[in-house]
Design a protein around this ligand. Sequence first.
Ligand code: AMP
Ligand code: MG
Length: 365
Amino acid sequence: MRFMLVTKNEEMKHVKKTKIIKINAEKPEEAHLREAAAILRRGGLVAFPTETVYGLGAAVNHPQAIQRLYAVKGRPVDNPLIVHLDSYQRLPAVAVAVPPAARRLAGKFWPGPLTMVLPKKATVPAEVSAGLPTVAVRVPAHPVALRLLELAGIPVAAPSANLSGRPSPTRGSHVVEDLDGLVEMILDAGPTGVGVESTVLDLTGETPRILRPGGVTREMLEGVFGVGQVEEADPATIESGRPLAPGMKYRHYAPKAPLYLVAGEPARVNRYIVDRLAEEEKTRRKPAVLAYDEDRDYYRGVLFFSLGKREKPEEAAERLFSLLRACDEAGAESIYAAAPSRTGLGRAVFNRLWKAAGGNVVEVG
Ligand code: AMP
Ligand code: MG
């Protein structure tokens, strides 16, 4: 199914020329945004920054544009898209039976990195939700994204603006790397802020359930619903709302080299990685290490990328995807990553590393 779709759309995948536009992140130039909005309205594809990662936008009410979006990204057609709106007021255009909790959450976290899964309005094409009866929706907190959505005046589906399976784009240059020649326009506003994708929260059941940890943390959600009142899906069994065997259907966010995620008490994690590096010397693979500022001394003479200070997961979140791409560029043949603590934003960082590792983690105690 997936490959048939890609083949069918092979010709329409390529554009004559991608317009790459530098745009001011705080005060975006209106003329650029008008041009981008017009492209979206006529069914074209525009990559734009959000506060989490860059998104690749297509008009929700344009099934052909949505099909092309999947084809261009090489995205499996059973992985639904997040619909982006300019305000909570536009929610009735895509969702029905909106529970009171959604209003409270929107008041607190929108615009922001929280995606709510709600019952879908029938007029939203099945392509957008991958056939599910629900729709995922959010209002992004980035001046470029917000104003673009306002000018377009329509709901816009926007998955991350990378080729499927590659690390998500957090810099305009990442988008250009992946999508130049495939989309009509790329708006480059420099680095995004949060760096990991939005939290996906399912509001269709009795209890709110986190399907993907992200910028709005579990602790923040418990501030609204009460401690212990938010469920969290096990990422090993849930993907796109469907059960999965451990081992994972898709390897996500992945650099080219195999990634080994190591969790536990910091000194033990470092000792474990140092031992593995000694092993790597024998195999002549070129390893890279992703760890924290505090760990630098263990890795003199090794390709080392810092995830920031261990106690500041927002630093790791901001630079994670960029560093995974840097590992590729540096020609790393294996990557050892020291896991962050699984609290606050660290939970989202852990989740992305875990997916990049193909769902494996070495626990060293
Ligand atoms: P991306 O846009 O690449 O960040 O991925 C969108 C995420 O939202 C994926 O993890 C999807 O599985 C999830 N998602 C989108 N729509 C739904 C939905 N209707 N139900 C559950 N999860 C969804
Ligand atoms: Mg993505």
